[in-house]
Design a protein around this ligand. Structure first.
Ligand code: NG1
Ligand code: ZN
Length: 553
């Protein structure tokens, strides 16, 4: 069945990194690129097994390390519907990678592989099911080599059909994987979707929304500057803007930090993570007119944060919480206008990192339900899908999207058909808006279009958006500790369970500060513990945060 000798040869040639412990975290595998050959080899095999398990459906694999420095890279597997790898398969990804990393010889690794195949009852009979894989990568220099490690066994050993999308954003990979499977299910003889499908779809949705709302083909903000972190978002956004169907005047959107061909500039002093963390303009941007809007993508364009500079040259961040609240305000209003607020449930999903003011605003001003989940989009996504018909979720760092339920589509369709072409504007607006948001994963490009459309429909300037509520002063710091695994949390990561007694000490600090909130958790992507603190008085924030840090160290 399996050509063991062929597999052995590729294993020997590919898996040069040994004795590195790999772990599949919130963002897949991620580490310095030079250590990734072995884990790429095993992840390629696991993706093939996942496709075999799912009757040969297209499984996606993305090579990226998102906002990490240029020396890093990473890989993650995407399910046929564009969601993240099924949680029960994450341990397999780890077992296989660590088997290859720590095995003294090929036999040790092979035994682990056979065990997994047996456990999942996967039929390897060549010809019964052909596995299908879609691969994509961001702009990193190390990616072409890692792609070869990833795909080394796919066609030769497993007879898989591999579609290489080349350089794409992470959300494009998710979208294309999902669409390819949908087309295959509908019996399309050439189901593989392309980047072009992505551009056509989102431009179409944007144009439909604008014409439905009878907006001139021009944005409400005079100018949008887009910092693409010198990553893959730059070239991809340029392709979208260059499309003949894109109607917004070219001078309204300007892309900066678009040197995706200079490897060491990736995420360097620019991008969503830099802007959110440092709360200042990225390299390459200086304040122009004070009514301009700015936004920053991260390296693989799955997150976005906005900002502007006021007439006193003060920087104002419009982060993931502000995106959530803008979209929640807009969509709740549309639901009311369409008389659907009792039939469809809208809600916002946040993590503990959401600013306390945003949570209060959503509850008290928007009267919208709010959920809190653990960090990591898969948790937010799950809550959005299971609890709401319009589930708006964003991490404070700008990663998020809106999920519209099956029921939402049914209700909208049925209301539209009842009104015989004379349907209320709000109903048509909701119908168009639902198409503008990438349903598979947070997407900087699609989220950016949704925010621009919302601001244009509501005729809001950046400062109107910002003044809906004022963030509590807040701080996020990283603590390097001896062993971060001892920091175990409960209550959606808002409280520590271990080390014993530490939470009581933190609580005693919190009690001293007006509107104080602080929590401590181990990072899933870095070898560090994160301490978050917010309180009313900006002059006491540093002291507050330091007191908690002292207990953690
Ligand atoms: P960790 O390192 O687990 O805090 C970070 C972000 C998450 C998420 C993941 C995946 C913060 C505080 N944490 O997770 O929101 O984006 O990376 O990339 O921003
Ligand atoms: Zn990213």
């Amino acid at each position: 069945k399996l050509n063991q000798e062929q597999l052995r040869k590729i294993y020997d040639d590919t898996c040069r990194t040994k004795n590195v412990q790999y772990s599949y975290g919130t963002a897949g595998f991620r580490t310095v690129a030079k250590d990734l050959d072995t884990v790429m080899f095993t992840t390629g095999i696991l993706a093939v097994l996942r496709s075999l398990k799912l009757q040969g459906q297209y499984v996606g694999v993305m090579i990226t390390a998102s906002h990490n420095p240029y020396q890093d890279n990473g890989v993650k597997i995407v399910e046929p519907d564009g969601s993240m790898l099924l949680a029960t398969w994450e341990p397999y990804a780890m077992q296989l990678a660590n088997a290859a990393s720590f095995a003294t010889d090929f036999e040790g690794f092979y035994a682990e592989l056979v065990k997994l195949i047996g456990h999942e009852k996967i039929d390897l009979d060549v010809g019964t099911v052909v596995p299908h894989i879609v691969v994509g990568r961001d702009s990193r220099e190390s990616s072409p080599f890692l792609l070869r490690c990833l795909t080394s066994t796919m066609a030769s050993v497993f007879h898989a059909q591999v579609v290489d999308l080349g350089c794409v954003t992470t959300p494009q990979l998710h979208y294309i994987t999902d669409l390819s499977n949908k087309r295959a299910q509908e019996g399309d003889s050439a189901p593989v979707a392309t980047e072009q499908d992505y551009y056509s779809f989102f431009i179409g949705a944007f144009n439909d929304l604008f014409s439905t709302c009878q907006i001139e083909k021009s944005l409400s903000v005079p100018k949008l500057f887009v910092d693409t972190a010198n990553g893959i978002g730059g070239p991809q956004l340029k392709k979208l803007l260059a499309s003949p169907d894109w109607v917004v005047p070219a001078d309204q959107i300007e892309i900066t930090n678009d040197k995706s061909d200079v490897p060491e500039l990736l995420n360097f002093e620019c991008g969503a993570d830099y802007v959110k963390t440092n709360q200042k303009l990225p390299k390459g941007l200086c304040p122009s007119s004070f009514d301009a809007l700015y936004c920053s993508f991260d390296g693989d364009a799955d997150r976005v944060v906005f900002y502007y500079v006021d007439s006193k040259s003060k920087f104002h961040l419009l982060d993931g919480d502000k995106i959530s609240t803008l979209l929640a305000k807009f969509l709740s209003k549309q639901l009311q206008l369409a008389n659907l607020e009792h039939s469809l449930k809208i809600g916002v999903v946040q993590t503990a990192y959401a600013n306390g003011s945003s949570t209060t605003y959503i509850k008290d001003e928007l009267h919208c339900p709010v959920s809190c989940t653990k960090t990591g989009v898969k948790h937010l996504h799950h809550e959005a899908v299971t609890q709401y018909d319009i589930g708006i979720y964003f991490e404070a760092n700008g990663h998020g999207t809106i999920i519209f339920s099956e029921k939402f589509h049914q209700v909208i369709e049925s209301e539209l058909s009842k009104s015989h072409g004379n349907s209320p504007l709000a109903l048509r607006t909701l119908s168009c808006f639902a198409k503008l948001i990438n349903q598979t994963v947070g997407d900087a490009i699609s989220d950016m279009l949704a925010v621009l459309a919302t601001l244009s429909i509501l005729q809001m300037a950046p400062m109107d958006w910002d003044k809906e509520y004022t963030d509590l002063p807040n701080k996020l710091v990283k603590c390097i500790v001896h062993d971060r695994s001892i920091f175990q949390t409960t209550d959606q990561e808002r409280k520590l369970q271990n080390p014993a007694g530490l939470q009581t000490k933190i609580d005693s600090v919190i009690a001293k500060y007006a509107m104080g909130r602080s929590f401590v958790r181990a990072s899933g992507t870095e070898d560090a513990v994160r301490v978050y603190a917010e309180c009313q008085d900006p002059s006491k924030l540093d002291q507050f945060c330091n007191e908690v840090v002292e207990y953690v160290k």
